[in-house]
Write a protein that binds this ligand. Sequence first.
Ligand code: SAM
Length: 290
Amino acid sequence: MSEYHTPVLLNESVEALAIKPDGIYADATFGGGGHSLKILSMLGRKGRLIAFDKDFDALANAPADDRLILIHNNFKYIHHLLRAEGYGEGIDGIIADLGVSSHQFDTGERGFSFRFDSKLDMRMNSLQKLTAQSVLNYYRESELGRIFNTYGEVPDGYRLAGMICTARKVSPIVTTGDLYSAISKALPKFCEHKTLAKIYQALRIEVNGEMDDLTEFLKEAAGSLKTGGRIAVITYQSLEDRIVKNAFRNIPFQPLIKKPVKPEESEIEGNTRARSAKLRVAEKTGEEKI
Ligand SMILES: C[S@@+](CC[C@H](N)C(=O)[O-])C[C@H]1O[C@@H](n2cnc3c(N)ncnc32)[C@H](O)[C@@H]1O
């Protein structure tokens, strides 16, 4: 598998799309291209795949294949972007594998992981202005607390936000080390890493607008699919999964499986990132549901 990223629930998610060899498909989250390559291997000469990623680094992973169009943009504009490519009539299937790639997580200077004492950046799209540093240094204490509580499910979120606001009066919070010094006294010693992981998750979700993008994407995806077209979404945390679950009930989708699919133990053993993955699949119905 690619060093960039090992695809999660690869067979389960792509098979759920019931690929037609001459169909038109979209991969909303190209990353290392694992899911895209599998889709391409199932397409014939006339099939097409339009893939998206808002991280410039992902673009280098594009295989030389004239059936693939890879677009650097946010998947929340999928309907507009597909129309611009001439696929406004509706496509046969969409896959989205949410969250960060291993490449983003393992590249120290991107600031996604507290394993590295790097600058707190966390932007998937380097053209964007908002970074984790800006969130930590300029957001109001109450906003920070809300983000930690909601996006990280950090029970002590408001207390940590208070500590950050006290520390930043002395000097700005720029690096992992600065953030750690600001809050270390409040981190439970027996699960310090777990709490830091939650804080980092919350910051990353805020910086990249992940929840809003996902909500918008699901509406746009509904407009992009033909009736009978399929959508497969892989999530990695409960908030995302809830958004997908609700969208599949309320916008013109019919869930194709009741319970989300989770990876087999053997997959988790080989790739710990797969641990929290959940796959939901739906079909676009002809009518708008209320
Ligand atoms: C988990 S990785 C996808 C991995 C891919 N399925 C593979 O097999 O290599 C998620 C990717 O989605 C991208 N991404 C996340 N949110 C996005 C958004 N709103 N618009 C476009 N790309 C996004 C990230 O930059 C990242 O490269």
